[in-house]
Design a protein around this ligand. Sequence first.
Ligand code: MOS
Length: 732
Amino acid sequence: MKFDKPAGQNPVDRLLVVGHPHDRIDGKRKVTGTAPYAWEWHDEATKVAYGYIVTSAIAKGRITSLDTHNADNAPGVLAVVTAQNAGPLGKGEQNTATLLGGPEIEHYHQAIALVVAETFEQARAAASLVQVQYEQQAGEYDLAAAIPNATAPPEYEEDKTTGDFASAFAGAAITLDATYTTPDQSHMAMEPHASLAFWHGDQLTIRTSNQMIDWCRSDLAKTLKIPKEKIRVLSPWIGGGFGGKLFLRSDALLAAIGARMIQRPVKVMLPRPVIANNTTHRPATIQRIRLGTDIEGRICAISHKSYSGNLPGGTPEIAVQQSELLYAGAHRHTGLRLAKLDLPEGNAMRAPGETPGLMALEIAIDEIAEKAGLDPVEFRILNDTQVDPANPNRPFSRRQLVECLRTGADRFGWSKRNARPGQNKEGEWLTGMGMAAGFRNNLLTPSGARVHLELDGTLTVETDMTDIGTGSYTIIAQTAAEMLGLPLEKVNVHLGDSSFPISGGSGGQWGANTSTSGVYAACVKLREAIAKKLGFAPDDTEFTGEKVHCGERHARLTDALNNGRISAQDQIEFGDLDEQFQQSTFAGHFIEVAVHRMTGEIRVRRMLAVCAAGRILNPKTARSQVIGAMTMGLGAALMEELLVDTRQGYFVNHDMASYEIPVHADIPLQEVIFLDDTDPVSSPVKAKGVGELGLCGVSAAIANAIYNATGVRRRDYPITPDKLLCALPDRL
Ligand code: MOS
């Protein structure tokens, strides 16, 4: 199905099942431990051997000798895989560094061997016996130091300009020129990367934990240099991804090679302390923002330039994209610079681009609003735009930022905020409020599905879409139930299998909208097939209450079946509506904090997000996404930072003991409000994404609240107590 004009009325608009806060249909399996994660496929293969990875102890250089003799002869060892004996390997499209390194080393903790043994413990013990000598080379590990050598990346070869920023900024009545920094961050999904691989002849089956089945399969084929058709990838249950499982990673590749070598199934899990340096991370940024307004506070000049680093061939963090669309202003400039760094590979982490971009931009807006003497909510409303500021002929499909901000201010009690910072004392605590706008683009990608009306009247849905804890099973079941007039219990959803039609996958917050639209397309075809079987005119046929109606004629859904099930398959393909209309999602984030005036301890007390994110397919699962994202935003504001050892070139705090993320006690009252934002330009289900929006802007709102509480303005995340301490005594 081609989606190239705005959707009209369709069966989803009935909202009999869609739009309701159904519990997750996989919930029971999750809480009873019967939804197996990748490491837990115990009955899928027999005689499973275990692989343990050996990783590089240097960041850059060469292996001069790799002695596996002691490991080979250790108890239970079946094989030691290295780049020497693994056979010819290619590299996946989406991988920057090779997944099995040697003799060249591209980054710290790059995999250089896999020890395969009868038991996990034997493999781990033998892995410690692999002797490696290196010739270390000097590398670049310090983003700030690498800035002079940073160049424009291919994605942004030219800076984007509208009007004449330099003159407008020079002539502006009120200006701000400030630099903000965000650190490297790790996804830290609860479930570690893990894979079980087994071969039947030249056919490979991989049970893994991966957000994008088809990307994983394609890159595995490319790396192993075998046809894609020979590989089956399954990932029906995933314990969190956040972008860290978008790509083929070393666990899956090494399990496949190990299994081929010993002709037995092999399971590999990345140990927690290896994940931060072995897999991908969100790259640090240094962002310079310049803003100029007229005397009334109207933005006339806006410039955002962001620096990030990556391995050669890696991508930049596109931290400027929201600055091109969020506020009005005639004279504009955005640019990216990419520095070559020899740190582990930087890549997507939840709302890549906007997350660090808004961490900077939304502090800058708070700062200039204050300079202009305007309330930060009013400043944003004054500078709203309903069109793409660089191309006024291109409107937003829907844009309810102003409504998000007004509703949020009202519900949060914003009017009680004291605009003068550092004024509110509660005993030893300084309290304050802050807010920020949230913005995330609505990305669209083709998505397919297959549906079967079964002999017992149930419906089966098959798509390679994944559920990374997000609720995909549930919203897909809701969509299919709505389309066929079935109760939710009569729909069975099967996900995460490359033998099913290719979906959009779980990435870029497009998963919910695109995968349900693919299911919609397949269901439209199934409805036609059923109507035809019944001799009904497809266009005039309605499906409701497990019955089919066409004018005066009625039939049970099962009347369409005689000997076998009826099946249909289709995919949604998006036309150029995203060129005609800018499609984005919006939020207003409101925060109250208390800061201890002696220790600098920061407690977030209240969080509110008001979101406009298209039709909300399931308010319960959507809310869970948003409160999870808000929690992540709190972590980004106050805790998360991969500390770089700039001499040895690695992330030092690479486990969950020292990479801090919020725990329950850190999380206060969280409230989420969804505005009605049914968007017919986005897709036939009129939804957009929300899973990343909930993170975008939160951290800046917290930084702004800290400023309001203390009068201390920090532009460097995370905002830890030590960064406040030096300034706080003046506030006593
Ligand atoms: Mo998202 S960073 O595309 O999982």
